[in-house]
Design a protein around this ligand. Sequence first.
Ligand SMILES: C[S@@+](CC[C@H](N)C(=O)[O-])C[C@H]1O[C@@H](n2cnc3c(N)ncnc32)[C@H](O)[C@@H]1O
Length: 149
Amino acid sequence: MMRVVAQVKKESDWDWANPAIQDIFKNKAESQLYKIFTNVMVGTVTSIVKRFKIGTLIEVGTGPGKVTASLCEEMSKNNIKIPVIISDRAPGIMNIRDQLQQSFPTLTFKAFIWDIREIPPDELVAHITAPVLLFERFCLPMQAMMLST
Ligand SMILES: C[S@@+](CC[C@H](N)C(=O)[O-])C[C@H]1O[C@@H](n2cnc3c(N)ncnc32)[C@H](O)[C@@H]1O
């Protein structure tokens, strides 16, 4: 593990498709701090969809789908069935979609490879029902960090 960590620097191209980096993030995401951020995100999204009519939920930078799974648990508990679109620039997003669909068979999932620095793929846009609630955790700061280097 140390060798991989030693090779990744602030200037490195942070390849989220790299399984070693995904493992590091998965471990970090087990921490209390990440769980607090997950609860805040899930609580915020759930309270909005309970109060306002939302046509589609879109997540950018879904990664391993931990936040998504927590949100889907809360949606299932509250019988919320809004279609969920997950996306990431890393191709592993399709596997995450399959895992979520298996865990939450009553919900509807679509997955797209989308680098949020580009306009969204037409196929994603074709699956949108307005109004849209888009959410993300720890993806946009990546853009700021990359822009600042
Ligand atoms: C730190 S992980 C966060 C994963 C998940 N949102 C969470 O909070 O557990 C950042 C994720 O953002 C994705 N990402 C980074 N830059 C992106 C971009 N420009 N467009 C889409 N996804 C991006 C990475 O591939 C990675 O899966």
